[in-house]
Design a protein around this ligand. Structure first.
Ligand SMILES: CC(C)(COP(=O)(O)OP(=O)(O)OC[C@H]1O[C@@H](n2cnc3c(N)ncnc32)[C@H](O)[C@@H]1OP(=O)(O)O)[C@@H](O)C(=O)NCCC(=O)NCCS
Length: 177
């Protein structure tokens, strides 16, 4: 299948909400918020998120769409507020039927988010957090070049579990894999 990977547009808040809620229902421990909390957000909050992901000079959201326009994947890049000169990859999700190395969607989405952060910010470092039990996501990130930083932080939803912080060593060197 041929997919389009692109940055979101400001008015696309309903598609953004639908895919984000799908992600939270599919993978309840993979992200830093719950389905219930996200589902309870007012339309204005989604409109604000969509506007920011589409138009902010720093934060950016990318989606993957099928030829008939269905959104089946997303990834974003944003500054890490508490760590100077550092951006992170966040909100990475691919609809189950579209996963796998052959489709390559997750890599295209993360590549787009990495390129945006590298080409449009002065950040020196690129990181992401992944749940210690999320073996598939960890395998994926390591395959595309993320490595251990040695840092772990408690999971926001369950502080007894850990989030592993991975870093992208090639951030300022090359995009080639
Ligand atoms: C994480 C995600 C975006 C990766 O996309 P994907 O299309 O599944 O990734 P790929 O299939 O290309 O790569 C996954 C790898 O993990 C491997 N894998 C699958 N299940 C695994 C498991 N339980 N433990 C370890 N590795 C696993 C696969 O074999 C594959 O490796 P390979 O290509 O070397 O064979 C996608 O799985 C997803 O949306 N997951 C749910 C949301 C999520 O966890 N997001 C990440 C938040 S940090």
């Amino acid at each position: 299948m041929t997919y389009v990977v692109r940055r979101t547009e400001p008015g696309e808040w309903q598609q953004l909400r639908a895919l984000r809620l799908e992600a939270l229902r599919d993978s309840p421990t993979a992200f830093g918020t719950t389905y219930a909390d996200a589902a309870a957000l007012a339309d204005e909050a989604w409109q604000q998120q969509a506007e920011q992901g589409a138009s902010s000079p720093s934060t950016a959201t990318f989606i993957a769409a099928t030829p008939d326009g269905r959104w089946v994947g997303m990834a974003g890049s944003a500054p890490v507020e508490v760590v100077p000169e550092t951006f992170c990859i966040q909100g990475v999700y691919v609809t189950p039927a579209h996963r796998g190395r052959a489709a390559g969607l997750a890599a295209r989405l993360v590549d787009a988010a990495i390129a945006r952060a590298r080409d449009n910010t002065d950040a020196s470092w690129l990181t992401l957090g992944v749940h210690e039990d999320n073996g598939r996501a960890q395998a994926f990130y390591r395959r595309i070049g993320f490595t251990d930083t040695g840092k772990v932080v408690p999971c926001r939803l369950d502080p007894s579990r850990k989030i592993t912080i991975l870093g992208y060593e090639r951030f300022r060197l090359t995009t080639a894999r």
